[in-house]
Design a protein around this ligand. Structure first.
Ligand SMILES: C[S@@+](CC[C@H](N)C(=O)[O-])C[C@H]1O[C@@H](n2cnc3c(N)ncnc32)[C@H](O)[C@@H]1O
Length: 266
């Protein structure tokens, strides 16, 4: 994805999702000075919100795109040194086992091959009794009113083709539970944030879909049966739906959490 559209996506997604997601953290019963990892932190939108939510926490955001890390450091310099950002791959983190009380990984698992290896690595660096909080996207959970085009045709065909071409699972949202269960994690929960035209300002929702359009139509044209122009036409119609007060659209976003067992997985 082009960097500029990714930055736009992350800002709008945080504005749309965080207000519903934030209440889920209350149930994790973290220590007063928790250590928190934001794995694949992007521009630090959520690492910074976590640092504000837990005023005595130490929060580390890691990513492999230096431009994102630089933006995060400059935007949230006021929260340093409690909030830091480092270049690290979530496939192989340099910390010892059990370092963090809470490990967060949002909007990442659908975009990488072997997501189960990353989830295992995140469980490794989380202490026994600590919590994994994942936001694994699922591209079969987007619902748009039908008009001249039926957006179901687009999402149902484009998402599997895109995933197959990029060796990624664009339906990881429904598979995360099974991966966590296989790893032997406890207290697995699946909640949903509903980004729809009733709960989220229409323009915020539209900003997300516009940024996806700008970031992905070229690749969709190359990797799926849709041409670039066809992809643009579907996005144009979906945006019109979102902006029309008489129409409805929804993006259902799974939030999957689990606790690392006190006696160790397996
Ligand atoms: C869509 S962004 C999500 C950013 C952030 N988690 C949020 O919720 O705003 C996905 C991020 O995952 C990062 N990423 C992808 N593979 C990674 C890896 N192996 N290690 C660390 N970060 C990775 C990308 O660089 C990108 O910044």
């Amino acid at each position: 994805m082009a960097d500029e559209s990714m930055v736009r996506t992350l800002g709008a997604q945080a504005n749309a999702i965080w207000p519903q997601e934030v209440d889920l953290f209350a149930r994790y019963r973290l220590p007063p000075e928790p250590r928190i990892l934001d794995a694949g932190c992007g521009t630090g939108e959520i690492a910074s919100r976590l640092a504000q939510l837990y005023p005595r926490a130490r929060v580390l955001g890691v990513d492999i795109i230096d431009a994102h890390l630089a933006l995060a450091r400059s935007r949230y310099a006021g929260l340093a040194p409690r909030l830091t950002f480092e270049h690290q791959s979530i496939f192989e983190l340099p910390m010892p086992d059990g370092t963090f009380d809470l490990t967060v990984c949002r909007h990442v698992l659908h975009s990488i091959p072997f997501p189960e290896r990353v989830i295992a690595e995140l469980a490794r660096v989380t202490r026994p009794g600590g919590v994994l909080h994942l936001l694994p996207e699922d591209y079969d959970m987007l619902h748009f009113q039908r008009a001249a085009l039926d957006p179901r045709d687009f999402w149902h065909a484009a998402a599997p083709a895109f995933g197959a071409a990029t060796h990624t699972d664009l339906f990881i949202g429904r598979h995360a539970f099974g991966i966590l269960a296989t790893l032997g994690l406890d207290d697995i929960r699946v909640d949903y944030v509903v980004v729809d035209t009733l709960r989220v300002p229409r323009e915020t929702f539209a900003t997300i879909i516009e940024a996806w359009r700008d970031g992905y139509v070229d690749s969709i044209g190359k990797l799926t049966s849709f041409t670039r122009d066809q992809a643009v036409a579907y996005f144009t119609q979906m945006l019109a739906t979102i902006r029309d007060p008489r129409q409805y659209a929804a993006w259902i976003v799974p939030v999957v959490s689990a606790r690392v067992p006190s006696i160790g997985p397996g």
